[in-house]
Ligand binder design. Structure first.
Ligand code: OOB
Length: 543
């Protein structure tokens, strides 16, 4: 098994410890501490379950002992695909307590992605629920995965487990639990937005990740009295750590789980539980703003709404601020590390017009040109980041590491930003060829590869198109061969490839050829840019 590593050069690690960023806390350690300090306080509310800190800890311990009794050993990796249900927390903290390493998949992922994570992480087990909030049955997926990934030894199902191991039945001897892990060790693998090809695995350590949400708590005003609503998928880095459910649990606050982010589901929960803080992607924030106008639900407990994952334009920011009775906070982050926030005491124009500034005084941000040279202050350039919670390497991916990190250890975010005189970042675009569809990142290359597997597709190029609701949607240009494929059939065929639904192209345009330049072939990136420009020009002309 390839060992899990995430290492900062010793002088950096020493600096981050001396500054008090890395305090030697661990996930099992902090949960145990909260359970001891606030045993009767509510930790997790979801569905018809309400767990106190003592109960969450006891359930996590039972799961941990159960994982070990199955024969799983500390250091092994476990793919977790759970939605916003309380068992997400008993499973994940159970894994932490057993020294096992969660690999966070999203509920939308399907066989192709889950198999990729399983193989790349060399996972020994997979945990899913019987059904998702949308009714999707994960058991057939689990069956197909068992065939496709022979290294997988165990499949655990929350709910009706059929032939698999029922999560609720996990039990074992709690005295066998290992001692707390090294805080510098890898706690879990998060998945990248996948800007080129398939998603990469992001190893995050106890030290670095706990720092990121503990510091976020300070910036977002999270206290033990806070009530955090998880509206986005719990496994995503944004609702997990900005300040997220992990921040809330670290603070001893209450986490409320909304099975879906729709106002119909979330608003009654806000009113009932007195939710004080939550996070949304821009399209949902706009939807909430619209729905709030009906005034049917009491949202007065809301203090802070974080919006991020994709660009919130100043006009959208104004609409959200005007419609919701709370403070708006913009957040620009990435699963690889760096997170920026506007601050709660920032002047209005900063909150509406910027994506915030870094969490940490030790976050190093560079804005550079094509040659890697810093651009003049205030000019747009590529954002590079290095710091106490920004990774230095992906797991098991030399090619991506060579591409994504500078020799000095800066992560190439792929985002194009400019910095204001006050030190705030404004996201202007990006360098990479991905589509940011309502905060879900889709790699153009990954989708093109799928399309090329179709017998009637000669070539394909996938581009992003501005979309009023989603921010961006995907359009696939396809050169057919043989029988002309029809767009709906091609979409259905894509779905059948076992990929997340959000990756299926929103639009498919058949073309006879891709233009080439006089000089011959053009780069893939250039081709996508030209096709995109052509489509936009055509749409303009049609108006
Ligand atoms: C968050 O994380 P990821 O890993 O899904 O995506 C990161 C990318 C960034 O590199 C940027 O391209 C985009 O998402 N992004 C934004 C943004 N927030 C993220 N682009 C413009 N404006 C924003 N406010 O998406 C994520 C992780 C932690 C906190 C928040 C978001």
């Amino acid at each position: 098994m390839i060992p899990l590593r995430q290492e900062w050069p010793s002088e950096f690690a020493a600096r981050y410890r001396a500054a008090g960023h890395w305090r030697g806390e661990t996930f099992p350690g902090f949960l145990r501490q909260r359970a001891a300090e606030r045993p009767g306080a509510l930790a997790v509310v979801g569905g018809d379950q309400r767990w106190t800190y003592a109960e969450l800890h006891a359930r996590a311990e039972a799961a941990a002992a159960g994982f070990l009794a199955l024969g799983l050993r500390p250091g092994e990796r476990v793919v977790v695909q759970l939605g916003n249900i309380p068992e997400f927390f008993s499973a994940v903290f159970g894994l932490f307590l057993a020294g096992l390493v969660p690999v966070y998949a999203l509920p939308a992922h399907r066989l192709t992605e889950i198999r990729h994570f399983t193989e790349k992480a060399e996972a020994s087990a997979y945990i899913a629920a019987d059904r998702g909030a949308d009714g999707f049955d994960y058991r057939p997926l689990a069956r197909a995965l068992r065939e496709a990934a022979p290294g997988l030894r165990h499949i655990v199902i929350v709910g009706e487990a059929a032939e698999f191991t029922p999560f609720a039945a996990l039990e074992g001897d709690r005295t066998t639990l290992p001692p707390d892990p090294d805080p510098a060790s890898v706690a879990f693998l998060q998945i990248s937005g996948g800007t080129t090809g398939l998603s990469k695995l992001i190893p995050r350590t106890h030290d670095d990740y706990i720092y990121s949400f503990r510091a976020s708590n300070g910036i977002c005003g999270v206290t033990p009295e806070s009530v955090f609503l998880v509206a986005l998928p719990a496994a995503h880095n944004f609702p997990m750590s900005s300040p997220g459910h992990m921040g809330a649990l670290h603070a001893g606050a209450r986490v409320v789980l909304s099975p879906t982010p729709s106002p119909e589901t979330a608003f009654p929960l806000i009113a009932r539980e007195g939710v004080t803080i939550t996070g949304l992607v821009p399209p949902l924030a706009l939807l909430w703003a619209q729905a709030a106008a009906s005034g049917r639900h009491d949202l007065s407990s809301l203090e802070v709404l974080l919006v991020g994952g994709a660009k919130l334009t100043p006009e959208a920011a104004r609409r959200v601020r005007d419609a919701l009775p709370c403070q708006l906070q913009q957040v620009f982050g990435m699963a690889e590390g760096l997170v920026n926030y506007t601050r709660l005491d920032d002047p209005e124009e900063i909150v509406l017009e910027t994506q915030g500034r870094p969490i940490s005084p030790d976050d190093e941000v560079l804005i550079v040109d094509d040659l890697g040279e810093p651009v003049p202050e205030g000019q747009p350039g590529y954002l590079l980041a290095r710091g106490p919670y920004t990774i230095r390497a992906y797991h098991n991916d030399d090619a991506a590491n060579a591409r994504s990190f500078t020799p000095g250890g800066f992560y190439r975010t792929g985002d194009v930003v400019r910095r204001t005189p006050e030190g705030y970042l404004v996201v202007q675009g990006r360098a990479g060829d991905h589509i940011n569809r309502a905060g879900e990142k889709i790699s153009a290359e990954e989708i093109e590869d799928h399309l090329l597997a179709h017998p009637n597709v000669f070539d394909a190029a996938v581009v992003s198109v501005p979309d009023e609701f989603l921010g961006e949607r995907s359009c696939a240009f396809v050169i057919p061969q043989g029988e002309r494929p029809r767009a709906p059939a091609l979409k259905a065929w894509m779905r059948g490839r076992g990929i997340a639904d959000f990756k299926v192209p929103d639009q498919i345009v058949l073309v006879d050829a891709f233009e080439t330049t006089a000089a011959g072939k053009i780069s893939r990136r250039e081709l996508r840019a030209r096709l995109r420009a052509r489509l936009l020009a055509e749409e303009q002309a049609a108006l």
